[in-house]
Design a protein around this ligand. Structure first.
Ligand code: DGL
Length: 264
């Protein structure tokens, strides 16, 4: 039994899609969520910078006495996972292994579409892992950086997002993919429009599998929170607390968001 909070980190609002699944599966857990909204997006940045920014976030969360860290960001998982693990002495979970498992659990995929940030696509983190378990899988990977900005602006489910989703996915749709993995935690916010456009293509969101992995690791380390009461979530951002709150409230219950100055 361990009532200390779990740290959840993303560059912005995207990690809230993972947080939502964690809350559903593990409502007793206390959580501290940190979004680096002053420096989002991370996707177009070089790996060294993403690592440096991630460490700022992790150091902030460590001061909150977290018992485990969830990197609720594919970009950070792709380019900074090992780096973070080397710098902390608590268990760390990323979203890519769960994402790969979610693909494995989806039957009969021959052609997989993968949409993510540029850093995630260029890292080949997904492609290498997916290929190592099924060398015949055809992967059509595409960086969709504007989708991150659209979600951060609160422009999901608008005419603008519809047009941009369609523009990014046009060729993938022609490529007859069987399934599409949302390999950026911002993208589930656009799931309705994505689903509508690609029609009968199955959509894979690693978030649920990430929550399941979290549960497994909490049990393995014997650090589950078995309190009677439901846990609480604290939100911190490095910029624009009100804007973050106005968008995140469509995804999870959110009371207050505090702005903190980190790393710059
Ligand atoms: N949410 C992040 C991810 O899953 C990336 C967004 C960004 O570019 O900062 O990759």
């Amino acid at each position: 039994m361990d009532t200390r909070p779990i740290g959840v980190f993303d560059s912005g609002i995207g990690g809230v899609t993972v947080l939502k699944e964690i809350r559903k599966l593990l409502p007793k857990e206390n959580i501290v969520y940190y979004a680096d909204t002053a420096r989002v997006p991370y996707g177009p940045r070089p790996a060294s910078e993403i690592q440096e920014f991630s460490l700022d976030a992790v150091n902030f969360l460590m001061k909150k006495d977290i018992k485990l860290l969830v990197i609720a960001c594919n970009t950070v998982t792709a380019v900074a996972f090992d780096y973070i693990v080397r710098n902390v002495d608590i268990p760390v979970i990323g979203v890519i292994e769960p994402g790969v498992r979610a693909v494995r659990n989806t039957k009969d995929i021959k052609r997989l579409g993968l949409i993510a940030t540029k850093a995630t696509v260029d890292s080949n983190a997904y492609q290498n892992r997916l290929k190592s378990q099924n060398n015949d899988l055809i992967i059509n990977a595409k960086a969709c950086p504007m989708l991150v900005s659209i979600v951060e602006e609160g422009w999901a489910d608008t005419e603008i997002s519809k047009l941009i989703v369609e523009r990014y996915l046009e060729n993938m749709k022609k490529d007859n993919i069987d399934a599409l993995i949302l390999a950026c935690t911002h993208f589930p916010v656009l799931r309705n429009q994505i689903e509508e456009y690609v029609e009968d293509v199955r959509i894979i969101d690693p978030a649920e599998e990430t929550a399941l992995e979290l549960e497994k690791v909490l049990k393995a380390y014997n650090i589950l929170n078995e309190s009677e009461a439901d846990g609480e979530v604290e939100f911190y951002v490095s910029d624009s607390a009100e804007k973050f709150k106005s968008i995140a409230k469509n995804l999870v219950e959110i009371d207050r968001v505090d702005e903190v100055e980190i790393g710059y």
